[in-house]
Structure formats: structure tokens, C-alpha cells
Design a protein around this ligand. Sequence first.
Ligand code: MCN
Length: 785
Amino acid sequence: MTDDARTDPPADASGDAETADGPDRLVGEGVDRREDAALLAGDATFTDDIDHPDLAYLAFVRSDAAHATVEAVDTAAAESMEGVLAVYTWDDVAASEIPGVLPISTHGLDCDPPGHPVFARDRVRYQGQPVAAVVAADRYRARDAADAVEVTYDRLPTVVDQREARGSDAPALYDAAPDNVAATSELGDREATDAALADADHTVELDLTNNRLIPNALEPRAAVARWDAGDGRLTVELTSQSPHGHRGKLSTTLGLPESDIRVVAPSVGGGFGHKGHHHPGEAAAAIAAMDLERPVKWAATRSENYLAGAHGRDHRTTAELGVDDDGTIRALRVETDANCGAYGLGGSLGMPGWYGSLLSSQYAIPAIFCETRAVFTNTTPIHSYRGAGRPEANYVAERLVGAAARELDIDPAELRRRNQITEFPHETAVGATYDSGDYELGLDEALDAAGWADLRDRPDRDDEGRYLGVGLACYVESTGGGMESGVVRAHPDGTVTVSAGTHSHGQGHGTTYAQIVGDVLGVDYDAIDVREGDSDAIPQGTGTFGSRSTITGGNAVAESARAVREKAREFAADLLDAPADAVTCEDGEFSAPGHTDETRTFADVAEAAYGWGVPDGMDPGLEATTFFEQDDTAYTFGTHVVAVAVDPATGAVDIERYVALDDCGERINPTIVEGQVEGGVAQGIGQARYEGAVYADDGTLETDSMLDYAVPRSFHVPEIQTEATVTPSPTNDLGVKGIGEAGTIAAPPAVVNAVCDALDPLGVTHVDMPLTEERVRAAVREAEE
Ligand code: MCN
């Protein structure tokens, strides 16, 4: 890590200018993640570790047909098997008062499709859709009995490709959407874009596929449901990124009031977006637990996760960029068909509609028009996967800019520089208002760190005959949004519990929030405990996704901590017998210079706050709750540079150098930021080079295991050099922006641009992701022929 370039003085969590650079300041320090010891030693409790007396296990019967009418479900054999407690189908749900359909947002759609039923009603629309569930005394009996359920299908024609699905001869998944289009959206100015493209000196066009990805968290989805008949309350422990969000959705699916549901998310082995939304597994476990009045666990196998956990990405795009001779970008026109799978989950059908809002990347593009369609197909539902729309948008923008640089024979960094936005706030042609940035500084620092000029000067081929290339991608990422709760509660002994409605499943909130609160209160870092993940113990929360937690949760706990500090100052004034405005607080010690030489610790004050004889006019207690709302989006940005060597004989790509420069405003914990970037880049390289879900025409998922779906392993990921600039965000007091998804946004176009640069001497202009050896070799062969 080199020295970071700053564009402003550092922000201060405490709100006190005089402590901003204090020697003991925690914010800005790479404090070791406190959560890692338990995770590494195997001491953390994950959902599948949870045991309860009488725990029963649920296994799904899943459809092997991708599109069929369900004619009969014969459960007799399964029901008679030893240890089987119950078998559930849609008929059981229909006979109960449970709605049994996962909530779907139809706002802004072209049609009104039904939501995903917990069990198939009369039709299945993707391979792996749950048709029935068996509950048994142990998971093996449950699995065996599920295999004994016989389902009779009348198979229907299938369609898996979104462009084919729009064709007139494609089978319709829903009567409500005869053309399979769930939603159409338009962003920007069509006429202005057409006119500018017609007027531009050059137009560059690309057909791009943003490959379908299958999220691979270490821990597949799981849930344990318990029904307390006496209390009339349901508790669901599950792999959730958003405990309160899950509570709300379970409430709709089960027809129970939210007050009767408690959702607890223990340690969660990674989420990457796909544990933010609601799936049939947790609802089925709850239905069984309520019916049987005993705890029920459902834990997906890895294969089930492949087959029926939501997938990500899957865009087909045609895009055109208009550029003048001097490199000035005039306009961008984009048309995208987004595969949304067989069902909408929550707001998933609307997601493709806002992807276009980041198409401007770092550039002042005067005219942009983007038309997006969300299309039903007989494939697993698509939902958010790390980046969720931003990687798709940035891939379009940065591949086009790369292609334009080639066409105009301008250095790709120089072409970007000529078009970078320099004034902030800046409203783009697709309606995003970038809050702050220094894009040119970020570009320069990244180029310097990578040794861009030297890399560009390399010969076309190395001694081994490999083609050498260098590529880059800039990006802008919208981060944060919405409401978050943050509670700071001081205990009588001076220790502090901080809680927030976010949920950490690898991001290190326990460390980060303690750093923020520690600075404000001056309390010993180790005396601060951070709690997340229990909807009963924490006020309403929104959850962790969209790289929002540091902005929303961080500012919520900072604001609560400031309120606690102010109240503590008043208690201290009473203890010191001094006026409140004379009391100062430094490093957790209260004093009243000029009034007394005595001092009081935070623990003295906390004890007094809960003791007898609280001063007149003051309420006892020392805690505060903040519901923080982020009004304006904070836009993270950066530049990633990649150098590659491509073997034309085998198609093997060697990433020789990877430099990631990212600017997420003030960094609470630079070490965690670097870790987040590295993790994201690894996933971005996974998308660019290895991963891609493949469906057969009949809707069979061919990549349904780790044998067939290539997740990068450690030796596939090169050393990543992380660099930073720091441009505080004016949208919040901490000056922070999110970083959790940056790597997945920047890496794919940076890698593809580098490979295309390497193969430029052969005349290769584009290779679709994933850049497998087979694909690269085929592109080389085609060019040679
Ligand atoms: N941070 C910081 N200063 C900033 C911004 C962030 O110090 N200005 C640090 C903080 O330590 C914070 C962490 O970075 O805890 C991540 O912060 P943020 O960018 O706010 O992201 P979230 O905590 O909201 O995490 C969500 C984001 C998303 S959307 C996905 S998907 C994702 C990701 O984080 N999934 C992850 N990172 C992941 N990391 C792991 N290990 N596992 C996942 O499932």
C-alpha cells in the first residue's frame, strides 16, 4: 500500500475537531478484525450447527422438469417410511390459512405475475422448483423419503435464453406475459442520443453477454424454525443478510403479524447478495414447525444451492458509443435483455430497470439512452449478486470505451482522461447525481502504481510467444441508501453494547462499529460489544447489501454515540459539581478545567446514570437509538489496471499484474477495505475468466456442481496491489462511501480489456466472458483463419 492521496482533511467520527487527529484515534486504523478468531477456530455458530431438542429435518422434492404441468404428486410411499413425520404439498397449504406465496413487488412491471409459491401449485417453471417437502426425524430419512415421492409431469416446451423467450414462437411462462417480458424500462433521452450518435465522427458497437453467475458462499442457505404454541410466536434462525427484511417477508408468506415472528441470523458463511432475499426453504421449515409444533431444520446442499438458490447477472446487450476524432464521447445507446428466470423474488423483476443509471461510468457523456427488458425464462430466478446491476452497467461502458480507444488508436487511459467528470456534484444523462470525486487523480495514481507507460511499451509478444496486453477499467458505484437503526447502550460498569439493523457476514462490522463508537465515547475499544442479527433485540433494520452498512449503520451508531456522550457530559457535570458546558471529555475521561481538578471516568458516569439520585431534570439511563436515513447516494469510484500474457496455443491467460485503486471516501478500517477489494476482485476475476451457468435447451442446469461450475481457487487469483485515494463524501457526517462490491464492478471489464489488448495484433476485438482457455483459443484460431 502506498501513501494514500487525500483530497480533504480527515473526517472525525466524534464530531470534535480537536480530536480529529488524536493519537488514540481508532477510525482510520487497520485494527485487526475481532470476529476472525472465532471464525478461524471453528467456534462460531452457523445455522446448521444449531440443535434443539426434538429437532426434525426437512428435505425438498424438487422438479426435474424445467417446465411442466404437475399432474399428480403421490406421497403415499414416503409417508409410510420409518421416521417420516409429515409430507407437504401445495394442497396442504391451500387447505390452511397460510398464503404460502413469497412476496413479489409488481410495481412498475408490464404485467402482474404471481409470486413464487412455497410448493408448486399446478405448474413448475424451472428445474429444481420445490414441489413437496418431507419432514423426518433425521436429515437422511427426510432425503430418502423425499426421493420416494412420485411426481407425474406433463412436460411443456422450454425456453432458457432471454432473447429467444421474446420470440413469437417461444412458450409463455405466464398468461399475464405472453411475450415473457415482465418489465420494460427506458432511461435517458432517446432522440438526443440518436441525434448525437448520427453526428459523431465514429460509432463503436458491441454485442455483450454478461454471464449468468451462481453465488457460492461457503455456507449454503439454511433455516431452523421453532413454534412456541403457548406464546403464539415463531422463531426462525437462518442464513440472512437482513433479519428484519426476512421477518417482513416471512410475515407475508405465512400470514403472521411481524410482532409474532423473531428472526435470528447467527454467523453466516457469506452472503454476496443471495441471502438478502426470501426463499421457499425458510418458509417451508416454518410451515412444518407450526404444524408439527416441533423445531424443523432445512439446510440446502451445495447442489440445491446451485439448482435453486437465486442466480445473478445474465444480461444480453447491444450497445453503441459515439466518439469524435479527438476522443470526445458524444453519446451512448444501450439495449439490454435481462434474464430474470422463472419467478420474481421480492423486487427482482424491477432490478434490471435501474441498472442503466450507472452507464455513464466516470465520463461526462451528454446523451445516453438505455432500454432494458426483464424477461421470464425456464431458469432459476435471478436476484442480486455482489454488485447487482453495477457490474453489468460498468462492463458495457468500459468495454465500449476500450473498444473506442482501439478504433481511434488513442491510449485507453488518455481517452478516459479526456472524458472524465471534473466538477461535483455532477448529474449524469441517466439521472445519477455523483456526490464527490477526483477521477483524474484516481486514474493517475492507478497508472503510476501499475507502471502503465512501461506496460504499454512492451512488445506484442514475450520470449515464449505469448501475446502481452494491458487493460484498465474505471468505475463509479452507487453505495448505501435507505434507513438504518443504530443503538448505543452504556452499562453501569462502563462497558458498551452497540447494535445495528445491518448484518455482518464477512464485512467486519463488529470491528468497524466499535472503532466508530470508541472514538466518540473515548471508551476502551475492548469494552465495546457489537451485536447484530436478532429482530427481537434490535429496532427495525434494513440489512446489509448495496455496500450500505458503513454509511447507514456506521452513521446511525455514530449519531447514537454522540447523543450518549452528550448525556454522559451532563451526568459528569453533576458528579463534578460544574456547569455542563464547562465539562470536557477526552479519551473517556470527564473534567471541568477551571472548576475542579477532579475527573470522572465513563464508568463513573454510567454507574451514576443508573443509580439512585439521578439529578433533577434528568432521566436515568445512558443509551440512544438513531434511525439514520441516507438522503443522497454516495458514489465510490476507482481505476483497476491489469497486465496479461495470453498463450495463443492453449488460450491460457496469465494475469501478471493487478492494481486496484479505489476511493470509498473516509476509510474507517483501511485493512478491511483492502480485504473487501481483494475479495471482490477475486469474484470479478471469477466472472471474467471462469464462472458461467450453462443451461441445456430443455432447461437442465448443466453446471450444477463445483465440478462443472468453476469458482476460482486461491491459485487462480493473482496478487492484487491495493491503492487508494480518499475523497470524503459530503452525503454523511463520517464522509464514508461503501466498498463491498467495488472489485466485482471493476475487475471484469479490466480483465477483458487487457485480453482484448493482448490479442489486438491478431485482430481480435472481443471475447465473451468467461474467458476460458477454450474460448480464447477459439478467438485466436478464428482470427488466424
Ligand atoms: N469500510 C471502511 N470504510 C469505508 C467503507 C467500508 O472501513 N468507507 C469497511 C468496513 O470495515 C465495513 C466493510 O468495509 O465493515 C464493508 O463495508 P460496506 O462497503 O459498507 O459494505 P457492507 O458492510 O454493507 O457489506 C455489503 C457488501 C455487499 S453488498 C456484498 S454482496 C458483500 C460484501 O459487502 N458480500 C460479502 N462483502 C462481503 N464480504 C464477505 N466476506 N462476504 C460477503 O458475503
